[in-house]
Design a protein around this ligand. Sequence first.
Ligand code: ZN
Length: 215
Amino acid sequence: MGLETPFTGPGKIVCVGRNYADHAAELGNVLPERPLLFLKPPSSVIGDGDTIILPPESNQVEHEGEIGVVIGRTMYRVSESEALEGIAGYTCVNDVTARDLQKQDVQFTRGKGFDTFCSFGPAVVELPERDAYRELEVICRVNGEVRQHGAARDMQFAIPMVVAYISSIMTLEPGDLIATGTPAGVGPLLPGDMVEVEIPTVGILSNRVEAYEGT
Ligand code: ZN
């Protein structure tokens, strides 16, 4: 399948929290028994080359480089093999997070939901073989320095399981985006930074960071 970005949508963005043991540990969290899900609003989406805006309400905005899954067909209560068949392709995601606000609230909505806090792209790339998702790696750099480097094989819940699990709760539709969790190494984004999320064979997502300066 594959899709060029930007496209209309995604209709919803479903994220997995604490899907890598090393990242759960760095934030002092235990690994969940089942995927920990939360949503980001479609209004938070930006693309490659756009600017991440740091909101004045937060003093601790952080990058989260992630492997993104884009859904290619409508799916409800599908098996793991059906889930894998229904994936249009993969993309780089930066699940930008106001860590201080996330910790203040029970829900992640405020800490994860600001405009510009969901960067993804630069394209949605279909893998040559469906099982090749196991080989995917994700690297996050800030100003050229590697901050995060994770691999799909280290996920607590593998991609087909995550997609099937989400489909048992809500119908997945073409264009929906799933952010599959971030590995260890999350850290601050400051005005003037250049943050990149790379998935080798998929692409490099680049965004400049700036402080909010009013409308
Ligand atoms: Zn995340």
